[in-house]
Design a protein around this ligand. Structure first.
Ligand SMILES: C[S@@+](CC[C@H](N)C(=O)[O-])C[C@H]1O[C@@H](n2cnc3c(N)ncnc32)[C@H](O)[C@@H]1O
Length: 279
């Protein structure tokens, strides 16, 4: 294998992370993308789960590996950091199937003997783009998407420091796509473990970069929050049964207003609201 030497694209940012911070993201992926994590056909046999921007310690990458390997014991995991010292600190935790490399949005992938880059099935970028300008988001998606195998997934989002609350974009590489095929938005996911109660407003400050500055009249996400707040008000009596029941009822009321939200109990009772944003 030959190393592709290239300057990492992006900028080093604060490395704050914590054990269990992204555990709910791992649990969500186990439910949402189990087949993708499990696949062993063709290029998928060697395809990475990439944790982009793992931070000061590689703890969340190692937790992902531990969470996903029960369903795919040989899943290759790659933690990527743009900060050299953070990569050095992670290297003692590497093994034959868990790797840590210096890199950026242009992922540090090796050229295989057949000339193709190492394949990638799923990329998680959490609390990374939030520290960039909004204008950087589209290029980052384009670049990251170019590495995904057809059917692959990018989950890009923002969480609070504990990981109790997060919001993430789910973007899919079309099944018939090649390197240049743009990612398609599959959902915006709102996640809470209900420890902080429920109120649609708790998600507003955790929106990913492409939405955080757009909660203003005339924008899709503004209308969505207005509708969700209204739905929460309508269903307020359910609050006596607790925040989980209220959250679930508010999702039903949102759907009744025409919003494309997933109503399956497997999402809602676990505190995941999946919305397909479209005009
Ligand atoms: C706030 S930490 C997030 C750590 C972990 N993902 C979490 O959510 O707890 C963000 C990390 O992303 C890294 N980072 C920023 N831009 C990057 C890029 N383009 N490629 C790789 N890492 C990047 C920063 O160096 C920093 O360590």
């Amino acid at each position: 294998m030959r190393v592709i030497s290239k300057r990492p694209e992006g900028q080093p940012t604060r490395g704050k992370t914590a054990p269990h911070r992204l555990r709910r993201v791992d649990n969500f992926l186990l439910l949402y993308a189990a087949n993708l994590l499990r696949r062993l056909d063709g290029d998928f046999a060697r395809a990475f789960y990439v944790d982009l921007g793992f931070g000061a310690e590689p703890v969340t990458t190692l937790e992902s590996a531990q969470c996903f390997r029960p369903i795919n014991p040989t899943l290759p995991v790659l933690g990527v950091e743009i900060d050299r010292e953070r990569v050095t600190a992670a290297l003692p935790f590497a093994n034959e199937i868990t790797h840590f490399r210096l890199g950026g949005f242009n992922l540090p992938l090796f050229r295989q003997p057949n000339g193709a880059l190492e394949p990638v099935r799923l990329i998680r970028a959490f609390n990374v783009l939030r520290q960039y300008e909004e204008s950087a988001v589209a290029d980052a998606y384009r670049r990251l998407g170019s590495y995904l195998l057809p059917g692959g997934l990018l989950i890009e989002g923002t969480s609070d420091p504990t990981g109790r609350i997060w919001v993430a974009n789910l973007l899919r590489k079309p099944a018939l796509g090649d390197g240049d095929t743009p990612l398609q938005t599959e959902a915006l996911v709102f996640s809470t473990n209900f420890r902080d109660g429920f109120d649609p407003g708790i998600f507003q400050t955790r929106l990913p970069k492409n939405y955080i500055h757009r909660v203003v009249p005339g924008e899709l996400v503004y209308d969505f929050f207005q509708a969700w707040k209204q739905a929460a008000l309508e269903t307020l009596p359910i609050q006596v049964w607790g925040p989980r029941q209220w959250f679930m009822a508010s999702a039903q009321a949102l759907a009744a207003r025409g919003y494309r939200v997933a109503l399956q109990r497997k999402w809602l009772r676990r505190g995941y609201l999946l919305w397909q944003p479209s005009r």
